[in-house]
Write a protein that binds this ligand. Structure first.
Ligand SMILES: [Zn+2]
Ligand SMILES: [Zn+2]
Length: 127
């Protein structure tokens, strides 16, 4: 069998990856690169979800809310970009986001502010 290499990192795909590689613009991409470039980790369901179509919500917890002068909660992203960042800090563009729900306990343990997939938004309410 011909060797299949990841278009991003050049790693040779093996096993299941090689049998049914993820394709981006008709080029094979390894799972790691796919996750890095095309997916995000949803802290609520603990699963990787596609950025395209699923990355419409995020949450901001107390600490970050204070920094940004916002209210902690779950936000819908109305328009991208929804933040400006440099190497040291990020600033939320408040006009581009909309608060839709309170923070839930299970989110308090997860990160600073992160994306939540649509499934979780629908399943646990808030939209
Ligand atoms: Zn790769
Ligand atoms: Zn989720």
């Amino acid at each position: 069998m011909e060797k299949i290499e990841c278009d991003y990192c050049g790693a040779v795909l093996e096993g299941e990856e090689a049998e049914d590689p993820r394709m981006v613009d008709n080029l094979p991409v390894c799972d790691d690169c796919y996750k890095e470039h095309f997916q995000f980790f949803c802290p609520m369901c603990q699963e990787y979800q596609d950025i395209e179509g699923d990355q419409n919500h995020m949450f901001i917890h107390e600490e970050m809310a204070e920094e940004q002068g916002m209210e902690a909660g779950i936000y819908r992203i109305k328009e991208c970009p929804w933040f400006i960042s440099d190497m040291f800090s990020m600033t939320v563009i408040k006009e581009n986001v909309e608060r839709i729900a309170d923070l839930r306990d299970d989110l308090l343990e997860c990160g600073q502010g992160d994306y939540i997939c649509n499934n979780c938004i629908e399943r646990k309410g808030g939209g």
